[in-house]
Write a protein that binds this ligand. Structure first.
Ligand code: UDP
Ligand code: MN
Length: 323
């Protein structure tokens, strides 16, 4: 009796063992298939391997981080569309000195292989450097007035972008990016950044909770955001998207800025405050991680695997008309 119950136990253990073995073989085969790579070496499945960053907003817009997309695949989708990307950059007063590095590094890294039309706004057209542009890329220099207040120069960008979209850009471009000139490109900024309305998370606030965001907090301002609202703190050094959507954004921000000015109000961070207010109620369809807007004085953090675009260190007293 005892002998036969032992046999039963052994048989049971053997069966369980066989099932475990089969399960192991099946799962390793399945996992291997999931991780299978194509001939070009790109992963077919399980592409997003980032677990250290959030790659989607609560309204399901992608947040673009290195390692969450396939640049080859993205290029294969967008390049055949023969898109034209307008890029506005202001270089008023001494900021004209930032243009050379901005343009030369953009030629190496920004929307390479696309038609790019730079619109340089300056009060010093003769000081715009001549930079070798690759095929399909052009520069238009547009004269704008100077000012003795940097706040005004920075804020009037909305108005000037709006009117230039109306008069020229809407006829020639599909997408537009509006960028700060005191910056350089360091790595690919490509078609993964294209979307209907695109904003970038400010590098100074991506690790902060919203009560730390420097939104405009006075209810009297048109840029007001209450303490219990807000998704991200977006950087004013980059606005992008379809020309039509950026047009609406600049038009509304400009109007709100002017209403504030009539009431002698200047929002905490000028047009950046108005941008943040606009984007709270008009959610961006794509959000760029701080890889797309870093600051040279800021040490790289472990989440930021690639710095693509970064503000240079500048001597404010030297370059700005007022401090
Ligand atoms: N700007 C300019 N001349 C000035 C001040 C500002 O052309 O005297 C433009 C320039 O494009 C600059 C942008 O406005 O990149 C925003 O200003 P700034 O870079 O000084 O602001 P920050 O990035 O330091 O907040
Ligand atoms: Mn700047």
């Amino acid at each position: 009796m005892r002998f036969s119950s032992n046999i039963k136990l052994y048989v049971l253990l053997l069966i369980v063992g066989i099932f475990l073995l089969l399960g192991y073989v099946y799962f390793s085969f399945f996992t291997e298939r999931l991780n299978r790579t194509t001939q070009s070496g790109r992963t077919l499945f399980c592409f997003s391997r980032r677990t250290d960053v959030v790659a989607v907003t609560p309204w399901l817009a992608p947040i673009i981080w290195e390692g969450t997309y396939d640049p080859v695949l993205v290029d294969n989708i967008y390049k055949p569309m023969n898109l034209t990307i307008a890029t506005t950059v202001f270089a008023v007063g001494k900021y004209v000195s930032f243009l050379r590095d901005f343009l030369e590094t953009a030629e190496k890294h920004f929307m390479v292989g696309f038609n790019v039309r730079y619109y340089v706004f300056t009060d010093r057209p003769h000081d715009v450097p001549s930079v070798n542009l690759t095929q399909g890329r052009h520069i238009s220099v547009i004269q704008v007035p100077g000012s003795n207040r940097w706040q005004e120069i920075s804020a009037r960008r909305m108005e000037i972008i709006q009117t230039t979209i109306e008069s020229q850009i809407s006829r020639v471009a599909d997408y537009i990016f509006c960028l700060d000139v005191d910056s350089k490109f360091h790595a690919r900024w490509g078609a993964e950044s294209l979307g209907r309305l695109v904003a970038v998370i400010h590098p100074g606030y991506y690790e902060q909770t919203r009560d730390h965001f420097p939104y405009e907090r006075h209810p009297a301002s048109m840029a007001y955001i209450p303490m219990d609202e807000g998704d991200y703190y977006y950087g004013g050094a980059m606005i992008g998207g379809f020309v039509e959507d950026v047009y609406t954004l600049t038009k509304i921000c400009r109007n709100r800025f002017e209403v504030d000015a009539e009431n002698s109000i200047e929002a905490a961070w000028q047009e950046e405050s108005h941008l943040n207010r606009y984007l709270l109620y008009n959610k961006p369809s794509k959000v760029l991680s701080p890889e797309y807007l870093w600051q040279d004085f800021k040490a790289k953090t472990k989440e930021v695997k690639v710095i693509r675009f970064s503000g240079v260190i500048k001597n404010y007293a030297e370059v700005r008309p007022n401090v």
